[in-house]
Write a protein that binds this ligand. Structure first.
Ligand SMILES: [Zn+2]
Ligand SMILES: [Zn+2]
Length: 151
């Protein structure tokens, strides 16, 4: 299967940085996640990859995702729902989570990055990441509800 050259170069670069070998499975998973900011679950990624690599198993996709996350190539999204979800954005950012459609929207906030951590945590535990999760109803879901109301 063919990938656009610049996408392939980005993927190869990410794997190289993490000192991981370039394998068809890793390339397929990263290609699916590249520029996909829906924070998909493993199953959604598997469904898409299966169309291109019909012989790949869910287990392989799942194991590839976990190993990529463990090596810092992608992120595992905090447990908001039962299926573990993945994030291609490695830079510090925060999440708005829609309780209706389960969409996760990325946002950046310097103020949130700088919030002082509670001493009760920092004294005992090592904080690796500082992330704010806002829960609510997204714009699309809000508009849907408004339209119904007007009828
Ligand atoms: Zn929504
Ligand atoms: Zn994100």
């Amino acid at each position: 299967m063919k990938y656009p050259n610049d996408e392939m170069a980005t993927i190869a670069q990410k794997l190289k940085q993490a000192k991981l070998k370039i394998t068809p499975q890793r390339v397929a998973v990263l290609s699916e996640l590249t520029d996909n900011y829906d924070h998909p679950a493993a199953d959604a990624i598997y469904q898409k990859i299966k169309l291109k690599l019909p012989n790949i198993s869910f287990d392989t996709v799942n194991r590839t995702l976990i190993s990529l996350a463990r090596n810092g190539v992608i992120r595992i999204v905090e447990g908001l729902d039962r299926a573990r979800r993945y994030d291609p954005m490695i830079e510090p950012h925060h999440h708005f989570y829609c309780l209706k459609c389960n969409k996760i929207i990325d946002f950046i906030s310097e103020e949130y990055d700088q919030i002082k951590l509670p001493a009760s945590i920092t004294k005992k535990h090592q904080v690796l990441e500082q992330k704010i999760v806002l829960n609510g109803i997204c714009e699309d879901c809000k508009n849907k509800k408004d339209n119904k109301g007007r009828k």
